[in-house]
Write a protein that binds this ligand. Structure first.
Ligand SMILES: Nc1ncnc2c1ncn2[C@@H]1O[C@H](COP(=O)(O)OP(=O)(O)O)[C@@H](O)[C@H]1O
Ligand SMILES: Cc1ncc(COP(=O)(O)O)c(N)n1
Length: 277
């Protein structure tokens, strides 16, 4: 029998039939990072590299009961939320996080898929802000999501900092505004994720990969952070190691299907093995 104390992580998110985003991306990432993965499904999407072709939300109680089933039996060292779709699901998920007293919580405030499909109802944004963000150790909006949460446009690096401050005011301990959707003038060929911890800012820069195969980048990044938290890393170390994981996954992205392909969840470990050989 292997060590019973393998780190355990839970993803509360939607299913992506194409396997590049959602719970599929999360579970692949947990597995690659040596963490036992569990899922509470909120919705089934009909999805491939060409986009989202259908969304079938589950009854809100289904998510709540899945969380109770794994939380009460197996235990959860860290969790992430992804696609939550509506306010009722958000309320029940937030309630279960409070009841279990979980603190290592990553909220990826998924709103709109890269192809434009709505993964969170507009009227649910308030519930996300009021119910879930106060429970988050780390929240990971992309720039359009940060604009919605902060209630302001982001056109400059200065705007980005102001938005991070406003989102920090909603309760999460750390805000990361991800730079995948565009660079500011001074960023050059770098992609910059802005990290705000309530007092100061850190910019995590990496080379921007020139690719269209970025389906599931946000899911994979937040799952990698969650895996780090499940293993007991500090939030900042988990974010830095998540950044290394996503960079490798994008650099070695998979040209699958006819549209926007997924990232490569093996890339990080394959590179580490190559270094060891
Ligand atoms: N072209 C790229 N090159 C390198 N890193 C990227 C690229 N696109 C996104 N990323 C990284 O992927 C992660 C997810 O960012 P982003 O794509 O903005 O999120 P989302 O999938 O939520 O829209 C961030 O760490 C971001 O810096
Ligand atoms: C079920 C599901 N959840 C999340 C996303 C967001 O994907 P991305 O990380 O590319 O923004 C998605 N396309 N599908």
């Amino acid at each position: 029998m292997t060590d019973a104390r393998i780190p355990r992580a839970l993803t509360i998110a939607g299913s992506d039939s194409g396997g590049g985003a959602g719970i599929q991306a999360d579970l692949k990432t947990f597995q690659e990072l040596g963490v036992y993965g569990m899922s509470a499904l909120t919705a089934v999407t009909v999805q491939n590299t060409l986009g989202v072709h259908g969304v079938y939300p589950l009854p809100p109680e289904a998510a709540a009961e899945q969380i109770e089933a794994v939380g009460g039996d197996i235990g959860v060292d860290a969790l992430k939320t992804g696609m939550l779709f509506n306010a009722e699901i958000i309320r029940l998920v937030a309630d279960r996080i409070r009841v279990f007293g979980w603190e290592r919580v990553v909220v990826d405030p998924v709103m709109i898929a890269k192809g434009g499909a709505e993964l969170l109802r507009t009227e649910a944004v308030d519930a996300l802000k009021r119910e879930l963000l106060p429970l988050a150790m780390v929240v990971t909006p992309n720039i359009p999501e940060a604009e919605v949460l902060a209630g302001m446009g982001i056109r400059t690096r200065h705007d980005c900092r102001e938005a991070a401050r406003r989102i920090g005011g909603l309760g999460p301990r750390i805000v990361i505004i991800k730079g995948g959707h565009g660079s500011f003038e001074e960023d050059g060929d770098q992609v910059v994720d802005l990290v705000y911890d309530g007092t100061g800012f850190t910019e995590l820069s990496a080379k921007r990969v020139n690719t269209v195969h970025t389906h599931g980048t946000g899911c994979t990044f937040s799952a990698a952070i969650t895996a780090g938290l499940a293993q007991g890393l500090s939030a900042f170390d988990a974010i830095q190691s998540g950044r290394l994981f996503i960079q490798a996954a994008i650099e070695d992205g998979l040209n699958l299907g006819q549209g926007q392909g997924p990232t490569n969840h093996w890339a990080y470990n394959r590179r580490r093995q190559e270094v060891l050989q």
